[in-house]
Write a protein that binds this ligand. Structure first.
Ligand SMILES: Cc1cc2nc3c(=O)[nH]c(=O)nc-3n(C[C@H](O)[C@H](O)[C@H](O)COP(=O)(O)OP(=O)(O)OC[C@H]3O[C@@H](n4cnc5c(N)ncnc54)[C@H](O)[C@@H]3O)c2cc1C
Ligand code: SF4
Length: 334
């Protein structure tokens, strides 16, 4: 690891000042569970880090509000996953965190840092020997035509097919979450759907946050569909593994089991958290059963572009959506 500067401000204003003073390339440090990892691999080489762990403005979890849930970006994954109201009323949100990483990591990692983790593409992490447009723009992509078992089926480009690996953002995007963001140019609210971007011809650009901005809070509008929700995650091991396919699903059911409200997002299969509006439209008004759930899954993966070794994950993804809908339907408010 290279030498780097370290600042530990006590307030949000001090943190924003420290970022500006340190200059471009400086990184915000939260739990450090992925940033330090990438610095050891020389993928990230910031001149300095600004530690935001002590900032009171980023603390706190509020799941008691009548219009929204609110999570400080500095809240620990473990604490949010264990929140009793969240587990009861929004199981998809709690499960997306509880099924991520390991207990030790969740005790250290924050819900803000989780959103901004980078791809686990082995070529990206593997060193400069591999062509990687994300790491070295213009160098090519070793995954296209290479070992692409874990790579994206949706949202890829001719320049990059790296999967967005996080679980929490997939559940949040299904619930129309928004982020409060602070920067030297003021405060703004950013819909989570506008945070991550597809690689296109600039895979090195992964999100729309400026380097000197800090996510302070994650907000989720209250919805009755929360109760009928689940985050279903399929992986190579039963725990401590990234998703081969995941689905965050929430439904409310009316008379005779007809779907009234429906939210579907998929993860582990796309270059960004992937909301499936067409699959949702497919289901609204239909009776939720095995056939309609399968149809929704097929709709979610209609645009899939498999490579050499990952075609099996199209069927896996369809089944993951269908199974998530079955679980959500059993939990749904009628
Ligand atoms: C072995 C292993 C397995 C894992 N498995 C999973 C998994 O199954 N599912 C899953 O979802 N994740 C998984 N993870 C990822 C893990 O959840 C993340 O490392 C963690 O959530 C990152 O949070 P952090 O607070 O440590 O962030 P950091 O490492 O401190 O930061 C991560 C990035 O976010 C930026 N950042 C952090 N906070 C803010 C903020 N408030 N505002 C602006 N920028 C910010 C940092 O600058 C950095 O770029 C795994 C990680 C490891 C090491
Ligand atoms: S998929 Fe993206 S991150 Fe992976 S090698 Fe190709 S360009 Fe790099």
């Amino acid at each position: 690891m290279r030498p780097f500067g370290y600042a530990a401000p006590a307030t949000l204003d001090e943190a924003l000042r420290a970022l500006s003073e340190s200059g471009p390339g400086t990184k915000v440090l939260a739990g450090g569970t992925t940033l330090y990892d990438l610095m050891k691999l020389d993928v990230e080489t910031p001149p300095a880090v600004v530690d935001i762990r002590a900032l009171p403005e980023l603390a706190g979890i509020d799941t008691a509000g009548s219009s929204e849930l609110s999570f400080g970006a500095g809240a620990l994954m473990a604490d949010v996953a264990a929140d009793p109201v969240l587990r009861r009323d929004y199981p998809a949100l709690a499960e997306s965190l509880a099924k991520a990483a390991s207990q030790q990591l969740r005790n250290m990692a924050t819900v803000g840092g989780n959103l901004l983790q980078r791809t686990r593409c082995p070529y990206f992490r593997g060193g400069l020997a591999f062509p990687c447009n994300k790491r070295r723009p213009g160098s090519g992509c070793a995954a296209i035509g290479g070992l692409d078992r874990g790579h994206a089926l949706l949202g890829g480009s001719d320049a990059c097919i790296a999967t967005y690996p996080g679980d929490w953002a997939v559940a949040l995007i299904a619930f129309d979450a928004a982020l409060d963001v602070a920067g030297p140019r003021g405060r703004r609210t950013l819909p989570l759907a506008d945070l991550h971007v597809e690689p296109g011809d600039r895979p090195e650009r992964e999100h729309t946050l400026a380097w000197d901005e800090i996510v302070t809070r994650i907000r989720v509008p209250v919805t009755a569909a929360g109760r009928g929700s689940t985050f279903h995650k399929v992986r190579d091991r039963a725990s401590y593994a990234f998703a081969l396919a995941s689905a965050a699903v929430a439904v409310t059911l009316g008379e005779g089991g007809a779907v009234e409200e429906c939210r579907i997002a998929v993860g582990g299969v796309a270059t960004r958290p992937w909301r499936c509006h067409s699959a949702e439209r497919e289901l609204v008004g239909a009776v939720l059963d095995r056939r309609s759930a399968r149809r929704a899954g097929e709709s979610a993966f209609a645009g899939a572009r498999p490579g050499r070794h990952n075609a099996f994950r199209v069927e896996l993804g369809i089944r993951t959506v269908a199974e998530a809908l079955r679980i959500a339907g059993e939990r749904a408010v009628r």
